[in-house]
Write a protein that binds this ligand. Structure first.
Ligand code: NAP
Length: 508
């Protein structure tokens, strides 16, 4: 196997090392990077938390997590033992300055025995209330001051609204340089999302038609079939707009709509993305009334089982005004996209779990075929499916075999599963490796986050100030409220869905 260019020696300080994210995502991702020989020879992973663990008992918990959640399946005994030697546990409270001194000692010990000074990644896998105190203590204990060595990874949510996002940015930027701050949105690490850049900018075919002259409208749907599960308490303070639209969906929309960057530098790509957010049409009260829809799920049946409505979920206010579904129509006021609607929707307890981008092209300028040939006519569409299927399909018209000239839509499909035999890495593998290498391309810059909040604040404020009288307004296992259908139908379109393949249905 060809050796990879490895990152420099690295110390990972995982605040929240005993938490769910570390167990399900971070440690399995680091283990898979280790198996694929992407980890540097010298590295250390330190899990921090208040729970009482010894190194060994901590490693055992992590091993269970890997066995359960790693894409590579159960860990091999020898490989795990080799990896686990790099893991240790530090019982620590984020408020306690003395505990930061212990962190400093660990870093000093690594530096003393390693071939070169390490990169130090402080990973904040804790709830956002702790972000400020950790950042402040890192600064106070001088664990943040080396611009070239120290990085901080901040998990979502980044702020609860524009004001809190600005406050957090202000606090972090007083301590760290922007080049040290990695605001994570795991969606950007997904293979299909990254492929948007390759697809758009490595092919000459699409750029000439990637504009208002040829594209009629764009749709982005991110739907989940599950409810809020055990996150009811958190979700009730968040809602679909904050949880999905402000981050994942707007990031994906930027990749669809951005201008071609001059090169593949992180700053260049992030500049082009923030240009899109800046060009997005602001929501006034008229736009909120006509171009936004909110929903909340009621009880229903999912695969033969009765499920409760949102207001009956654990830790949810029985009179909750929180939306579990949001659909919006955006416009981007620039030359490329003037008057092309971008429809987005997201929701919980939706009939199908999927993340799809659908780009619908304008109709042919003149139809030469008789009406009986074109009964199943469909304008050209490009469909990028992020999950569960990872594919790109171009829908074109073709002649159906036979003696009559009958046209019907057919798909030209690029499917990851059929094309590549290698397993695709998890988003966290990509992002953790990038953080080690110091590549910020797939991380959100401070101004991006703030501009995204700025765009959505009028909608959030309007929804919060006016209690919905129609909630709950869609049943579990449906496609969301009727009003979401109307939002797009009044422009003559309908939401696009990909049929679920049998194997995917069985996987559920
Ligand atoms: P979690 O399971 O509740 O874990 C919280 C962690 O914080 C635990 O390790 C806990 O350790 C630690 N902690 C709490 N108080 C502490 C204190 N005073 N001092 C030191 N450590 C303390 O939360 P999570 O699900 O892992 O989520 C963590 C962050 O990641 C959140 O911001 C979340 O929004 C984000 N996130 C999570 C996921 C996911 O899949 N879980 C996905 C995306 C983003 P002790 O109890 O041992 O102290």
């Amino acid at each position: 196997m060809k050796a990879h260019i490895k990152p420099k020696p690295t110390v990972f300080m995982i605040f929240g090392g005993t938490g769910d994210l570390a167990e399900r995502k971070l440690i399995p991702a680091l283990y898979n990077l280790f198996l694929a020989e992407y980890m540097p020879k010298e590295f250390k992973i330190v899990g921090l938390g208040r729970t009482a663990y010894q190194d060994d008992s901590f490693r055992e918990v992590l091993l269970e997590g890997v066995n359960k959640h790693s894409r590579s399946g159960k860990a091999e005994k020898d490989k795990w033992a080799e990896f686990a030697e790099h893991i240790s546990y530090l019982k620590a409270d984020v408020h306690n300055e003395k505990d930061y001194e212990k962190m400093e000692k660990i870093i000093e010990t690594c530096d003393a025995s390693w071939s070169e000074p390490s990169v130090i990644i402080h990973y904040l896998a804790v709830t956002p209330q702790f972000f400020p105190i950790i950042a402040k203590n890192l600064a106070k204990m001088k664990l943040a001051n080396d611009i070239n060595r120290t990085r901080i990874v901040v998990e979502k949510p980044f702020g609860h609204d524009l004001e809190s996002a600005k406050e957090l940015n202000h606090l972090l930027k007083n301590i760290f340089h922007e080049s040290q701050i990695y605001r994570i949105d795991h969606y950007l690490g997904k293979e299909t999302v990254q492929n948007m850049l390759a697809f758009r900018f490595a092919n000459a075919l699409f750029e000439p038609i990637w504009n208002r002259n040829y594209i009629e409208h764009v749709q982005i749907s991110v739907t989940e079939d599950i409810g809020v599960e055990d996150r009811g308490g958190y979700y009730n303070t968040s809602g679909a707009l904050r949880d999905m639209v402000q981050n994942h969906i707007l990031q994906v929309l930027c990749l669809v709509a951005m201008e071609p960057p001059v090169n593949f530098d992180a700053e260049e790509i992030r500049n082009r993305k923030v240009d899109v957010l800046r060009a997005m049409r602001k929501f006034g009260s008229e736009e909120i009334r006509h171009n936004t829809v909110r929903g909340q799920y009621s009880e229903g049946w999912v695969e033969g089982e009765k499920v409760v409505g949102y207001r009956e979920e654990k830790d949810v206010d029985p009179d909750s005004n929180t939306e579990t579904f949001a659909a919006l129509k955006f416009f981007i006021d620039n030359w490329r996209w003037q008057n092309v609607p971008f429809y987005v929707r997201t929701g919980k307890r939706i009939h199908q779990k999927s993340s799809i981008i659908s780009i619908q092209f304008k109709d042919v300028p003149h139809l030469i075929f008789p009406s009986k040939s074109t009964e199943s006519w469909q304008q050209n569409r490009l469909i990028i499916s992020i999950q569960p299927e990872m594919s790109i399909r171009l829908q074109v018209q073709a002649k159906r075999p036979g003696l009559d000239m009958i046209l019907n839509p057919v798909d030209m499909v690029f499917n990851y599963d059929g094309t590549y035999s290698t397993d695709t890495p998890e988003a966290y593998e990509t992002l953790l490796l990038d953080a080690m290498k110091g590549d910020q391309t797939l991380f959100m810059r401070g101004d991006q986050v703030e501009t995204a909040w700025e765009l959505l604040m009028p909608v959030l404020e309007s929804w919060e100030s006016k209690k919905s009288i129609s909630f709950p307004n869609y049943s579990a296992d449906s496609w969301g409220p009727e009003t979401a259908e109307a939002l797009i139908a009044k422009d003559g379109f309908h939401w696009f869905t990909l049929p679920i393949k049998k194997s995917e249905k069985e996987k559920k």
